[in-house]
Every structure is written in C-alpha cells, then in structure tokens.
Ligand binder design. Structure first.
Ligand code: F0G
Length: 365
C-alpha cells in the first residue's frame, strides 16, 4: 500500500495553513501558538435585528492564543524577525499587541520590550505582558507618543519592531479574511470592524483582494470601520491630539495605517463612522446577553455601529441594505482582558446567609 498520510493543516497556526499566501521561505521558522482558525459564529438575534433576511456572523478573534486578533500577525512578524536574526522585539501598544508580542517572544526564546501609555492599559492585558516576561516601560504619554518612540528606537537598530507598521504583521492578519471566505464559500457583502491604528482594516482588505485575484472569491465586501467618537481621526480627517474613550484599545489619535485604511474604505465603497462610549458599552452588554459572546469594549465598536444603523437614514442604514446581505462583524479581543467596567457591577453582589430561604429571597422568589 502506498498511502500517504497528509498532515492536518488545522491547529498548527496561520503559517502552516496559509503558507502560500505569506512571505515565508524555507528558512523561516514557524513560531506558532496555533493562532487563527477562529469561529465564525452565526448570530440569530443580530440577524433578526438587521432584518431583510440578512445573515450576520461574528468572527470571534477573542479566542486566539492571547485572546486577540494580534496573534495572527504576530506569528508571521516574529517568525520573520527570528529568520533575520532578531534578539529583541519592541512595540508600542494599547495592550493587546504587547500581550501578543510578549507571548510570541517567549515562544521564540527572545526578549521583548513593550512601551505602554501609563494607566491606560486594561488590567488583563498588562497582566499578560508580565506573565510572558516582557520588559515593560510605561510612559507619561499616549499610544501615539509610544509609537513615535518605538519608530526612533527601531531606526537606531538592535530592535525588531512588531507594530503593524511592520508589513509582516499585516500579512499575518489578512488570514482572517481567507478563513471567512473558506468558511462561507465567498466574501461577505459587508465587513464591519473597530478601527484604532488601522492595521486590521488594511489587512482584511488585502486578504479579500488577494483571494479575489486568485479566484477564491467573486467579490470584495464593503469595508466599514468604526472609531470611538472622541478618538476618531479618520472620521474627522484630522489628527486628534488627546484621544479619549472607554475602549482603551482604540484610544489612538494618529493611526499608522491611515492611508491604507482610507484606500480600503474608498475602493470597497465602504465607510468610516463613529460610536459613542455609551453605544460601545451597550453593544458589549447586548452581545454578551443575547448571543453569548463576551468581548472587550473596543471589540464591540463594530456591533455598536450595526445597532446604531438599525433605524438611521444614512447611506448605510439597514433600510438600504440589500435583502439577504451577508454581514461579518469582527470582534477583536476577549472580554476578560478588560474587566474594569463590568467589575463595578460584580462588586454590587453582596453575600447572603447560606440557607435555601435566603437564597430564594436573593433570587426574588
Ligand atoms: N480592537 C482591539 C481589541 C485592539 O486591541 C485594537 C488595536 C483594535 C481593535 C484596532 O485595531 O489598530 O488594527 O485598527 N490594538 C493595538 C494594540 C493598537 O496596541 O494592541 P487596529
């Protein structure tokens, strides 16, 4: 018998699965934590709210190894950095990039420096960076200041930058678009996602375009990005000096991939819109309670946008969505990373005596 046993491509990360679409050669190691292959979850309640026989899916990137979408790009960026002989990674971050960089550096056996805006990193993410052993520097400044420092240190040499200004990051992140097409058989009609430094929207766009060029799909979705209302440089078309939002992951005033994001939006006939902090938190709660998907606040921005448009008369009102549209919303990070807002509610739970009677009363029976 001449049976060849083919190695399973799933569960070995984005490099193994999408090697032919990535800047990988025989000398590139596969530094992987089995990232990617995340669930594309059909959401009946969201679909119902949109109406018009549309199907809404959530691409849940919160179930990646460090619980955010960054792991896809980090696998490729760190593998390429190691191929080039890097010993130390460096990144600026609002939290998730630093958690991911720290994990992949640990996996590769190299060191990692993360520059963070002091006091503005969600507790779960900071905890991750510590756990994976990163060298953590907090600055009295915001993400944009941190990225500027990283760029300058990168130019001086000795560090390998793993922010999304590194094209290997974008290459890895585009695999999320491939997975969506592979799963539903074609590209969706609309793709909604939060926008911060704007790397992810650029990455999805690159992925969809590449798959169409290779005849793996027949169309490209309208790319629709959402920024937090007080951290919305692309929407307002100007740098925001002091961005503010409860969604700390997207608290960014001068996105590095601004140009690429604008091109993605324009060429796909998509748009960029804003959502308020209240809308973001309401969408986070709604998604957890109606679809069972718990995401961090920034991740809920796309869902907040979808809910905001429900009754609007704007160009992207559902009233104008074609019947039977397929809509994908990427949720970018897990809810447990950023527990601080919900923790206030948790503290309101007061213990009662350990009797059936007291428990019944506490339930309201
Ligand atoms: N959602 C989450 C949970 C994020 O952490 C980020 C970015 C975004 C959305 C926006 O993605 O920057 O590609 O437009 N976080 C970066 C970080 C900036 O440092 O972790 P983007």
């Amino acid at each position: 018998m001449n049976a060849t046993i083919s190695k399973p491509q799933r569960g070995r990360g984005v490099i193994a699965r999408y090697r032919d679409f990535l800047p990988i050669n025989d000398k590139t190691p596969n530094i992987s934590l089995a990232e990617g292959d995340t669930p594309l979850i059909y959401c009946p309640q969201l679909s119902e709210r949109v109406g018009r026989n549309c199907d809404v899916f959530v691409k849940n990137e919160g179930v990646n190894p460090t619980c955010s979408f960054k792991d896809r790009g980090m696998a490729v960026a760190v593998s390429k950095a190691v191929e080039r002989g890097a010993c130390t990674l460096i990144c600026a971050s609002t939290g998730n990039t630093s958690a991911s960089a720290a994990a992949y550096a640990a996996r590769a056996g190299i060191s990692c420096v993360v520059i963070l805006p002091s006091g503005k990193i969600a507790s779960g993410k900071l905890l991750q960076a510590f756990a994976y052993g990163a060298n953590i520097v907090a600055i009295n400044g915001n993400f944009d200041d941190a990225l500027q420092i990283v760029r300058e240190l990168g130019e001086r040499g000795g560090f390998s930058i793993v922010n999304s200004i590194n094209p290997d990051r974008i290459a890895g992140q585009k695999t999320a678009a491939f997975e969506i097409v592979d799963e539903i058989g074609d590209a969706p009609d609309f793709h909604l996602l939060p926008v911060g430094n704007a790397g992810n929207i650029a990455a999805y766009w690159a992925g969809y375009r590449e798959y169409q060029a290779r005849q793996k799909s027949t169309k490209i979705p309208a790319m629709i990005g959402f920024q937090a209302a007080s951290a919305a440089p692309i929407f307002y078309n100007r740098v925001i000096e002091k961005p503010e939002t409860v969604a700390s992951a997207i608290r960014i005033g001068n996105p590095a991939s601004w140009k690429q994001a604008s091109a993605a939006i324009a060429e796909s006939h998509g748009t960029i819109d804003i959502v308020s902090d209240e809308q973001i938190l309401a969408a986070q709660t709604w998604l957890a309670r109606h679809e069972g998907i718990f995401v961090e606040p920034a991740s809920a921005a796309g869902i907040a946008g979808l809910l905001k448009w429900r009754d609007s008369n704007e160009a992207y009102s559902f009233k104008k969505f074609p019947e039977k549209s397929r809509i994908v919303c990427t949720v970018t990070g897990h809810g447990l990373k950023d527990p601080d807002v919900i923790m206030q509610r948790v503290r309101e739970v007061k213990p009662v005596p350990a009797t059936v009677k007291d428990v019944q009363r506490a339930i309201g029976l």
